[in-house]
Ligand binder design. Structure first.
Ligand code: NAD
Ligand code: ZN
Length: 352
């Protein structure tokens, strides 16, 4: 799959096994930045024959998604004599992607970068679109740029070692894309949810590719998030608030899945969506949420407060993307605190 951006076209390769890694190891003047857990899990089969000085290991935690981490990688890369001809290869999920994308963008005003997403979330969603983000002080994703990789290699074999939490987080984004797609997407998820939960490789490959094709339509039309791309924010205004209030214990895709439930409840209460559709979606999402994550996260005032702080909120009324009618998406700028709280209460009850 090829993605067009203003600076380049970049390529998404969907691989059936790990053979592509051998080819990546041959790149000259390259630094491998690898997620620590991934490095330990795949040391024997993938990484043991790479020279130690060509490897930078990073722990994938939010507190490492900082300018200091980015500068520390820059420091190592500037020691490679080739300068502008250096190559960055990163392996990991969204955290590694966000940090290394930022580095690839600022170092020498842009170096060549290959990204190997190893979580389901990064594979089905974040690897395309070119956003790089760092956290600053208490603010999540406050610093950032647009800078896509030159090459992306997706291999669903990596998903076998994901924790149940991280795997279901990725499913959250897949389910969200299919809901945005419309009734057909919902039926498709209903028919395949058990296969997805069982981590069936063919099913995952199919849904990852479909998710990326769906996202591609938005990012190619509005690369810099000034127009139609805002629709990809569906469920995220609420999701970001759940992530923040849980102190990032709720992973991103799971927060998006909960956000989908809240958005749809508001649509239903406003008469924008029919009950049977909303209930069908609730049945699917209940299967992909680990309820133990939710214990402290339903403080209504805190959630609404966190929504107000979201950087996409532009004025006093709360803004969110909602579904209406025949599953179309639209930005609503008039969301009231009261209806949001009611929807969150409802969702908290059905998830008990
Ligand atoms: N740039 C974007 O467009 C974008 C979009 C969505 C989310 N994000 C960011 O992505 C981050 C979340 O990323 P994520 O959900 O991909 O996960 P992550 O990078 O936070 O990793 C989650 C966990 O999975 C582990 N892991 C990674 N690959 C593994 C594998 N194959 N097997 C076993 N464990 C593995 C990691 O070590 C970590 O413990 C957040 O910081 C979020 O803000 C960025
Ligand atoms: Zn998301």
């Amino acid at each position: 799959m090829i993605i067009k951006s203003s600076t380049k076209e970049y390529i998404v390769n969907i691989e059936k096994d790990f053979k592509f890694v051998e080819m990546l190891k041959k790149k000259e003047n390259a630094l491998f930045v690898i997620d620590r857990n991934l490095y330990n899990l795949y040391y024997r089969i993938l990484f043991q024959d790479i020279q130690k000085e060509k490897i930078y290991i990073i722990e994938a935690i939010e507190t490492n998604k900082t300018i200091e981490s980015a500068l520390s990688i820059c420091e190592v890369m500037t020691k490679i004599p080739a300068k502008r001809n250096v190559h960055l290869l990163s392996f990991g999920g969204g955290i590694v992607q966000d940090i290394t994308g930022f580095v690839a963008n600022i170092l020498y005003r842009g170096i060549s970068w290959t990204f190997v997403p190893t979580t389901l979330l990064a594979s089905c969603d974040s690897c395309i679109g070119g956003k790089t983000s760092l956290n600053y002080k208490q603010y999540k994703n406050l610093l950032g740029t647009f800078y896509p990789p030159d090459q992306i290699y997706i291999c669903s074999q990596f998903f076998n070692t994901l924790s149940d939490y991280d795997f279901k987080s990725g499913l959250g984004e897949i389910v969200k894309f299919n809901i945005m797609y419309g009734e057909q997407g919902i039926t498709k998820i209903e028919n395949n949810i058990e296969q997805l939960l069982a981590r069936n490789k063919e099913t995952l490959d199919e849904f990852v590719e479909k998710s990326l094709i769906f996202k591609k339509g938005f990012i190619e039309e509005d690369e810099f998030d000034k127009g139609i791309r805002i629709h990809l924010n569906f469920a995220h205004t609420f999701g970001h608030a759940f992530e923040a209030v849980s102190n990032y214990m709720i992973p991103h895709g799971t927060a998006v899945a909960i956000g989908t439930l809240v958005a749809n409840r508001i649509s239903f209460e406003r008469g924008l969506l029919k009950e049977d559709i909303v209930t069908r979606i609730e049945t699917i999402i209940k299967k992909i949420i680990n309820v133990d994550l939710l214990q402290t996260s339903f403080n209504l005032d805190k959630i609404v407060d966190a929504m107000r702080k979201d950087k996409k909120q532009i004025n006093d009324n709360l803004t969110a993307v909602l579904l209406y009618g025949n599953m179309q998406l639209k930005v609503y700028h008039d969301l009231e605190k009261k209806e949001i709280k009611q929807a969150i209460s409802f969702v908290s009850n059905i998830l008990k």
